[in-house]
Design a protein around this ligand. Sequence first.
Ligand code: GSH
Length: 428
Amino acid sequence: MAVIGKIYGYKAHPKVSRSLAAAKINGVELEVSKCSVMDGDNLKPEYTSKFPLGRIPGFEGTDGLKLIEARSIARYVAGLSDNAKLLGTDKNSEAEVEQWISFGDEELFNPVSALLQFYWNRLPYNKVAEQKAWDRFHASLAYLEAHLKKQTFLVGHRITLADLTVASDLQFAYLRVAGQEVRDKYPNVSRYYNTVINQPTVLDVYAGNGDLLAENAKFVPPKKEPKAAAAAPAAAAGAAAAAAPAAAKKADKKKDNDDDDDDTPKPAPAPKHPCASLPASPFIIDEAKRNYSNWDTPDFLKWFYENFDKQGWSIWRFDFKYNEELNMVFMSANQIGGFFDRLEASRKYVMGAGGVYGVDKNSKIAGAIILRGDDPNVVLGVAPDLESYAVTPLDPFNKADDKKFFEEALAWEGEIDGLKYNQGKFLK
Ligand SMILES: N[C@@H](CCC(=O)N[C@@H](CS)C(=O)NCC(=O)O)C(=O)O
């Protein structure tokens, strides 16, 4: 089979799988070059030098063609042969194919993606927005259900790129947010999904991408309550409260009840971060972050050991305390991402890397953090979930075990208790 090029992303991603399926049907080979958003591959210079927006998928053809945007990549692949007529058979069906591709992305993928922002702790939880996304997703499924009552495929009587796109988007939804209840509610959609993904030519593309959810996904609040933030210094506690959903809700409620009169006491300006008053340090954290992003880890470490200021900064290891509760690796990775996001108020005083070691249902979370001063509670206490982590000092300058852990954590490799490094996050 002729190799036409590489698509950057991963097989189970709906913006990738549609192109892989089109390639199979057209009898051409499309290689997958792993580029994971969870692992931060999309922001590494190797990728952004080719695709500056840092989004997946990207496509690089053997003939030099470079494309971004999932739809255009899939359209290109689908158009490489005329035999299967993946793009339609005449002007009308071509427009219908385009209509369903747009529907798949805008009306199925986008609401699912909106829900995942909350479920993966990427955005502060908002119940109204969550409900709106579910409503939009259900309205789309109901529309699709009605169309598929009399149709085997979306356009005409043969499979098209519309089906490969919508089936890919449905798989994403069934794997990430929609449980059996949703699949039962829309039986024609479920039947259609199974028909498309089980076509012998595309079976490999859709098989092995994970188990469909039994229950609908829902929002699980981060473990620790904001009360622990009170233990952190006053400045830090203020920022933590702003980040915690419960506290934010309370604040909103208060705001609703407040009169808007001029004589209403105005909130005091946010106090300075306690680290702001520490004596100046020659170790510049922004420079460290830049070097870590742009250089290979060994080069970064060499620079780090030569430039680190032990008086002004300290190095720590963090270990999640409740590893037995961890489930899917991608969820653990999101948990680390959420923890790092909630360190926002201390961003100028911290950098590090956290990783998931192991596999689905058997993993641990740990990482290394460089922070200003010598008290991790001051810097990390802004994150309400700090309580869920054990934080211990690391001395890579004098202790071999600490050096090994520190260097491997920054290189996103190594293992803990026999569990191999799986994926990591950069605290920047
Ligand atoms: N319009 C683009 C969207 C691509 C996109 O947003 N991809 C996401 C993954 S679904 C991504 O790469 N996100 C990483 C980021 O924005 O940093 C397309 O349809 O291809």
